[in-house]
Design a binder for this molecule. Structure first.
Ligand SMILES: [Zn+2]
Length: 70
């Protein structure tokens, strides 16, 4: 579960895609695990770039968490 994740303000939009690279490394490390992301309205555009679906379990119903499944 990724609860909080933030790239330092002066490093955002630097063209280095630091946030994306951190998540790619994280996914490699936890390759065989489900990863849940609780996006905020501000971070949703960041998370949608990974193409992971919303969790459709009975409690989320596609509203709360993005899930990356192995
Ligand atoms: Zn769920």
């Amino acid at each position: 579960m990724i609860w909080s994740f933030e790239v330092r303000g002066d490093l955002r939009c630097s063209g280095d895609h630091i946030g994306t690279r951190i998540i790619e490394q994280f996914v490699l490390e936890f390759d065989d695990e489900e990863i849940y992301v609780g996006p905020t309205s501000e971070s949703m555009s960041f998370w949608t770039r990974f193409g992971w679906p919303m969790c459709e379990c009975d409690s989320c119903r596609g509203r709360d968490f993005i899930v990356r499944r192995p």
